[in-house]
Design a protein. Structure first.
Length: 420
């Protein structure tokens, strides 16, 4: 029988095993202890610090504008990612305990927290594998409803390392069948990506398309607010598992909720969209393989006006596309890469019928903002409040590359003195 005075597992021991787990997962997970507790006084602050360092490095390597470029944005992201690894650590541990309980395997919660710590450390190291993106472009992938998302090197490492560790963990301790263990391990990353990371984006997309907000705000503001019920549920769940008193659980939930809602709504009041008619995120066209390419990036029902343009006429409509420094022209004296913005108003416009067509092509090189303007009164009377489509037509010659991140529809009301 193991003595109750066995010292808790320290941070150093947890880290050593976590660094070995991607290479020797069976050895690490076979030695997990069901009896030793965890030194939370060192592990929790360590995860908080890891989360803060992680978002700053991640921002430097992958964001066009680092999080520290704006004070409110810096505070919000810092707080979000200070809590993120701790919430994931506790949440996934609670979930796995219940999964094992379904299969009649009853183990203490601290056992799963030791196991999940290994997964969290893999996530913590991912920015190291994104260093090549200081020199190489990020691949942008588009998905229906979920929009366009960056695909970078560290996602490959995460998919392999975390899935392998999770698979071995299930095989060693749950004796799960190989097929079920493999399917469960492969589902880990998509679930974490959609539920934990993109929750704010999905909520923001819904409220924006519903017309409840004027334009595109920082997604993480909504993620911060939406995460409150999830985090509160985890606090209650874990409190019940470890025997917290009702007063302690209620106090923790109240303090977390008050802080989260306060910070979220305060940021929402201060963070405003650069342009009010946000359309989409990004697009990527690469001809570095020596083959010319042409592609239409179509964003259906993407622009919502917060008013009826027939009742409040518009004097000028603008399509603004932000091209990034990854945009490259293979030969200086050639008319490519080039792009054009087209706009289709209303739900009844036939497919491909873009009444607002860019009348000029803009040749691109490096970081630049392409602006297309429409001022024709007859044309502007065709605008409708919703269901407007935007199309960005891009052409590249051999050796060219075009990368854009940010497409907006902006406007100036008629008769305010700013338009002819």
């Amino acid at each position: 029988m193991v003595s109750e005075i066995t010292p808790p597992i320290g941070l150093k021991a947890l880290l050593m095993d976590a660094l070995k787990a991607p290479f020797f997962p069976r050895s690490v997970f076979s030695r997990l202890s069901c009896h030793r507790s965890i030194c939370y006084r060192t592990v929790v602050p360590f995860l908080v610090i890891i989360g803060i360092v992680w978002i700053h490095i991640h921002s430097f390597l992958l964001f066009r504008d680092p999080i520290w470029s704006d004070a409110s944005r810096w505070i919000l992201y810092t707080l979000l990612f200070a809590a993120f690894p701790v919430v994931v650590w506790f949440g996934v541990s609670l979930f796995l305990k219940r999964v094992f309980w379904i299969f009649s395997v009853d183990l203490p919660l601290r056992f799963f927290e030791v196991a999940v710590f290994n997964f969290v450390i893999v996530w913590a190291m991912l920015p190291l594998f994104d260093i090549p993106h200081l020199f190489l472009p990020i691949l942008l992938l588009s998905f229906p409803f979920f929009g366009t998302h960056p695909f970078h090197f560290s996602l490959i490492i995460a998919a392999v390392a975390i899935s392998l560790e999770f698979f071995v963990f299930l095989r060693v301790w749950l004796r799960a069948r190989v097929l079920w263990a493999l399917l469960a391990s492969l589902a880990v990353l998509p679930f974490a990506k959609i539920v934990l990371e993109d929750l704010g984006f999905l909520v923001e997309e819904f409220v924006w398309r519903s017309g409840w907000i004027r334009g595109k705000y920082d997604d993480s503001v909504f993620g911060f607010i939406v995460a409150v019920p999830l985090q509160a549920s985890l606090i209650v769940w874990r409190g019940l598992e470890v025997g917290w008193s009702r007063a302690k659980i209620a106090s923790a939930v109240f303090l977390l909720s008050a802080a989260s809602f306060g910070i979220g709504f305060a940021t929402l009041r201060n963070v405003t969209p650069i342009f009010p008619g946000y359309a989409t995120d990004s697009g990527f066209l690469d001809s570095s393989d020596g083959v010319s390419k042409t592609e239409d990036f179509v964003f259906e029902d993407s622009v919502v006006f917060p008013f009826d343009p027939l009742l409040e006429p518009i004097g000028e409509l603008r399509c603004i596309v932000q091209f990034l420094e990854g945009t490259h022209r293979a030969e200086k004296k050639r008319g490519s890469p080039k792009a054009r913005c087209d706009f289709a108003p209303g739900p009844d416009v036939g497919e491909g019928e873009y009444a607002f067509k860019g009348d000029t092509w803009e040749e691109l090189e490096g970081e630049a903002r392409m602006v297309t303007r429409w001022k024709d009164p007859e044309l502007l009377r065709m605008l409708t409040p919703r269901n407007n489509d935007v199309r960005i037509h891009v052409e590249t010659a051999p050796g060219d590359r075009a990368v854009f991140s940010g497409v907006w529809i902006d406007w100036t009301p008629l008769g305010n003195g700013r338009t002819p």
